[in-house]
Design a protein around this ligand. Structure first.
Ligand code: NAI
Length: 271
């Protein structure tokens, strides 16, 4: 480890179990000397798993529904009290679509569910940043990261309304990134991650085919949750201070490949 986050304070949203990208990130941030508060929706706390992570990393847990402004205000005030100052990093690792969960096809949406999924998966990022901004809770040269998926740019039919939520989320990173950069010297980026076997990932129909295909298409293979944790640490560190308002592909090269030989072989056989 390199002590890249020594003396830095932050909040990590979205660690549900040991497969979660946020879980792996929390462990890696801890190993790099960062201190943080863990948070998740009150219902996710019922699983109790997050207590293990808190113990392991010497962190406090402050529950917050990321769609609820009062919860977020309380979280951000308390996190600064617990950690002893303003924040240097925030990870938004939150996603959920009710249409996906309840297997409603994209062409047959229940719009109450569409609205709920949009609020949880996209607008919550705005709510988190607006609350941080209004409380002036970020230190200069701090870093805010959210996780996204390439379905925001290209169609993956079973990704359903999450594709639209991710497009909205990426846009919020650019729009808020402007104001956070100009006014507070804080950077805001999204990481567009490979398919990853987590609770949220496996909720997508046909996930096994999806992840195997991506792996065969990517010259470096899929990026794992652990790889994502490493990348996020670099974005929280002082080594990436001028990167902002970007959607950063972290996918083993998938996004720039038209077709790979490994995939082509499935159609024509080996030559
Ligand atoms: P996960 O299921 O472990 O994490 C999702 C988290 O969102 C959970 O901890 C859940 O409790 C939390 N959450 C849901 N509703 C919430 C609310 N109202 N308030 C606060 N938290 C809430 O799954 P994963 O994969 O680690 O997801 C993290 C992020 O990575 C998500 O944004 C997801 O879309 C994104 N991502 C995942 C990929 C994958 O294939 N797993 C690929 C690309 C991006």
């Amino acid at each position: 480890m390199y002590n890249l986050l020594k003396g830095k304070r932050g909040i990590i949203f979205g660690a549900l179990d040991e497969n979660s990208i946020a879980w792996k990130t929390a462990e890696r941030v801890h190993a790099e000397g960062g201190k943080f508060v863990l948070t998740n929706a009150p219902i996710a706390m019922r699983m109790g798993k997050i207590n293990e992570l808190a113990e392991k990393t010497g962190s406090e847990i402050i529950p917050a529904d990321a769609t609820n402004l009062e919860d977020l205000e309380n979280l951000i005030v308390k996190a600064q009290e617990v950690l002893g100052g303003k924040l240097d990093f925030v990870l938004h690792s939150i996603g959920m679509s009710v249409n996906v969960r309840k297997k409603r096809h994209y062409t047959d949406q229940n719009y109450d569910w569409t609205h709920k999924g949009w609020d949880v998966s996209a607008v919550s990022f705005h709510k988190v940043m607006q609350t941080l901004y209004k409380q002036d809770a970020m230190n200069e040269w701090g870093s805010i990261v959210a996780l996204t998926y390439m379905a925001a740019q290209r169609t993956f039919p079973d990704y359903n309304d999450m594709a639209d939520n991710k497009a909205y989320l990426e846009s919020i990173a650019r729009s808020f990134g402007y104001f956070f950069g100009t006014d507070k010297k804080v950077r805001v980026n999204t990481i567009s991650q490979s398919p990853t076997p987590t609770t949220a990932g496996q909720g997508v129909k046909g996930f096994d085919g999806f992840i195997a295909y991506a792996d065969k298409m990517s010259p470096l293979g899929n990026a794992s949750a652990q790889d994502c944790a490493d990348y996020t640490v670099s974005l929280f560190s002082d080594l990436t201070r001028k990167i902002t308002m970007q959607n950063l592909f972290h996918d083993g090269g998938f996004s720039n490949v038209g077709v790979s030989n490994a995939v082509m072989e499935q159609f024509v056989g080996e030559e």
